[in-house]
Design a protein around this ligand. Structure first.
Ligand code: ATP
Ligand code: MG
Length: 760
């Protein structure tokens, strides 16, 4: 069986243990995902039918990669394995079974925008303050309830929940949840959490269905098990109940989805659920250099709650971990782009070898700017998906309505777009009439004259005729022809075509792009059903990556740390290591939250194979204003012997990042830095490209220069404050005031005629 040769003895033992419950708990890069891949190949080799194997992965991308690898060993049979994310796999099953729990099989999947729009409408109807009941917050509460399998009626009956809601002034949440659930149901729609919640309901209420899938999925595997929530846990447990051929792999140190209801308890309880469980530990990290593994270990050792693990690497020590300090977020982007440019050319690397990871999506802007200026190709993963653009959602709403006219969100979205003289008042009347007659909006729209008054009834009737004509077309034409017909006859294509602005052109091209995608789909030969309805299914579940037209393009990858889970890159840049950003401000109140942020940092650094760089800025724009930033406490937690600083460190303290003021700074967490033995300071490297690195030599020979022509953007040196950049000039000569951003002290206003400045 030489296909298992690529595994070490422990990994191999885990892959060969195909019967009974198996758990692999191991650190990052130790081959957990690799074991699953080989294990599936091994199952098929030993005669298991691929149709009987279910593999739940964390991203669709991971599933795709795994399938490709397996097919190299077992051939085309690999395409029959059930493999994907929880949401995509169970959406597929629900398509087949939905009618059993009262949904149409062509149910719509509401994305978060749809869900929040439903909530906003309900809050308005109930006259609830949308600050107290912020849609985001309410959505989060409902989502948490569903992921804990608490239905709206259980929510209303649960005394603890009710007491909590009342005590923070949100006693109506239970009612909002009820209305939300009913409205989605009436619209024939499931939101993301429903895909799991309703699957649970289906398996609970229909034992025949449960039995069918228990027999179908004889072998189950779950990657990233530490991030499953209760709802997912229970689905897996139920499906595996007969055969118990369940293999889960995970790493408690990488649990980063507590906010989504993921529960690390799943790992800890596994032993209780399956007493005859076989546990495998993998300790060798095959991904990263020793320095990177050591840094990761030193970070995670600050967490109190963790399972003991020994992770080691037998690779070279590798480069030390480089720390870049920039004076602003833009400078951070610029410095990183330059570093990437340099390593690519001097080390003969590809753009693909580099990844930039950040805590929040907003940070991508300054990185993109830096990369663009140097013409470095890049790709943002997991950003706004193609399918979330307005024009795409508009056209898709027409498709949705064609297949499921009860889809209220789709109806509200396009009933008056493009404009057809159906104003808000008319829409409100339709909604009201639907409520009063206990029916759907579509029923009213079909016969408006019967239910509502007003001049717009004719326009409404024309709209319903239009949609009904689309329904007929969709039955007869191919997916592409039907889509094109709808794009044209809805008036959408014309509306976009007439907008000659750059954005308008862009939107028009996006629609073309969508139509091209549908054309490709309708010409596919590897699938039998190629109608527009099939194309439409689960569009809400698609991410940017699934729509990647050119997945092999050579580009630098940009993504949030959350999205980077399970991935690896030769060089990784983790940016924005600043207090209130990483760890995020919201995490500072409790140890649990702070430990989750630290695990996130652990995930980030363990993505790197050969070189890791960490950066922070001392100022950054937030909500339009420049704010000063403090270096992250996480930097302080790293053992200094593994670091190489890219700037002059505060050498006297032995702690490279913090001066005494900073140490005295009031910190609100007892997990903050332990006193550390003075580490030998690393000599600063002098960089020539960035303002930051120019060694500041105070006073000796300091000669102010003529600043009468000083301009915004110029770089200056002040006798006492050091280097800085002019960010604003105001007033008239000779009383011009300059606002200068100094890298050491932040913003300072100076009267030019007195300031001892030198232009550099
Ligand atoms: P993570 O916790 O980050 O998801 P993981 O435990 O799933 O990591 P893998 O992604 O499976 O780890 O493996 C990390 C890297 O090490 C991959 O490139 C993998 O191919 C390689 N690797 C794992 N085991 C071996 C081995 N026995 N021989 C050679 N390479 C290996
Ligand atoms: Mg993995």
């Amino acid at each position: 069986m030489d296909y298992l040769q690529g595994l070490n003895p422990q990994q191999r033992a885990a892959a060969e243990q195909i019967n009974g419950p198996v758990m692999i708990i191991a650190g990052a890069g130790s081959g957990k995902t690799r074991v699953i891949t080989y294990r599936v190949a091994h199952l098929i080799h030993t005669g298991v039918d691929p149709f009987n194997i279910l593999v739940l992965t964390f991203t669709n991308k991971a599933a795709k990669e795994m399938r490709e690898r397996i097919s190299k060993v077992v051939g085309p049979e690999a395409k029959n394995i059930w493999m994907g994310t929880f949401h995509s796999v169970f959406a597929k099953i629900l398509r087949v079974e939905a009618t059993k729990i009262g949904y149409p099989s062509n149910f719509t999947i509401y994305d978060t925008d749809d869900s929040k729009s439903v909530l906003r409408a309900i809050l308005k109807e109930m006259n609830l303050d949308d600050k107290l009941y912020a849609p985001n917050y309410v959505y989060g509460r409902i989502s948490a309830a569903k992921n804990n399998l608490v239905s709206w009626s259980e929510y209303q009956q649960n005394e603890q929940i009710q007491a909590d809601d009342f005590s923070n002034g949100r006693g109506h949440l239970g009612k909002v949840y009820e209305m939300y659930a009913q409205r989605c149901f009436k619209s024939g729609a499931m939101d993301f959490d429903d895909l799991l919640f309703q699957t649970n309901r289906l398996l609970k209420e229909h034992t025949d269905v449960l039995y069918k899938y228990q027999n179908k999925f004889k072998y189950l595997m779950v990657d990233e098990y530490q991030d499953t929530n209760f709802s997912q846990y229970l689905i897996v447990k139920k499906l595996a109940a007969i055969n118990e051929n369940l293999c889960v792999v995970g790493d408690d140190a990488q649990s980063i989805y507590a906010f989504r209801g993921a529960n690390i308890q799943n790992i800890l309880n596994f032993e209780k659920d399956y007493p005859d469980l076989k546990v495998f530990k993998l300790e060798q990290n095959y991904r990263s250099t020793q320095n990177i593994v050591n840094v990761a270990n030193s970070i995670i050792s600050n967490n109190k709650e963790q399972l003991k693990k020994n992770v080691f690497s037998e690779k070279d020590h590798g480069d030390k971990i480089k720390v870049i300090r920039a004076y602003s977020d833009n400078e951070e982007g610029k410095t990183i782009a330059e570093a990437i440019m340099q390593d690519r050319s001097t080390k003969g690397m590809k753009w693909n070898d580099f990844a930039i990871l950040y805590r929040t999506n907003a940070q991508s802007r300054s990185m993109e700017e830096g990369l663009r200026k140097l013409n470095i190709p890049y790709k943002i993963y997991g950003g706004l998906s193609f399918y979330q653009r307005k024009e795409i959602k508009d056209l898709i709403a027409y498709f949705r309505l064609t297949f499921n006219p009860n889809d209220e969100e789709a109806l509200k979205r396009v009933i008056n777009y493009p404009k057809r003289a159906i104003g808000d008042t008319t829409v409100d009347r339709i909604i009201l009439a639907a409520g009063q007659n206990d029916t759907t909006l579509w029923e009213i729209v079909k016969e408006p004259a019967k239910y509502i008054d007003g001049r717009s009834t004719a326009a409404v009737a024309t709209f319903s005729t239009l949609i009904q004509s689309f329904q007929v077309i969709a039955q007869t034409l191919s997916a592409y022809d039907a889509a094109l017909h709808i794009a044209q006859h809805s008036g959408l294509l014309k509306d976009l075509y007439e907008d000659k602005s750059v954005e308008g052109l862009n939107r028009y091209e996006n629609i073309q792009e969508l139509l091209n995608g549908i054309k490709e789909f309708s010409e596919r030969e590897d699938i039998e059903e190629r109608g527009l309805d099939i194309f439409m299914q689960d569009v809400a579940l698609l991410t940017n990556d699934d729509n990647d037209k050119n997945p092999n393009a050579d580009t630098v990858s940009l993504m949030t740390i959350h999205a980077s889970k399970g991935l690896e890159f030769p060089q990784v840049y983790v940016v924005g290591l600043e207090e209130n950003l990483f760890p995020s401000q919201m995490s500072l109140n409790s140890r649990t939250d702070l430990e989750e942020e630290r695990r996130l940092f652990y995930v980030a650094v363990t993505r790197a194979e050969s070189k890791l760089t960490i950066s922070y800025a001392t100022s950054r724009f937030k909500f339009g204003t420049l704010i000063n930033c403090e270096p992250s406490r996480f930097l302080d937690e790293i053992d200094a012997q593994y670091l190489e600083l890219d700037f002059k460190a505060k050498q006297q303290t032995g702690n490279p990042f913090f001066d005494d003021d900073r140490k005295a700074w009031n910190r609100n967490s007892d997990t903050f830095s332990k006193p550390k033995a003075a580490a030998s300071p690393t000599p600063a490297k002098v960089k020539t490209t960035s303002l930051l690195a120019k060694a500041h030599v105070p006073s000796a020979g300091f000669a102010p220069s003529d600043t009468s022509n000083l301009q915004v953007g110029m770089e200056v040196e002040h006798e006492r404050f050091g280097y800085g950049k002019v960010i604003n000039l105001e007033g008239n000569k000779p009383d011009i005031k300059a606002t200068i951003f100094f890298k050491e002290i932040g913003n300072k206003q100076l009267l030019l005629k007195f300031a001892k400045l030198r232009i550099v």
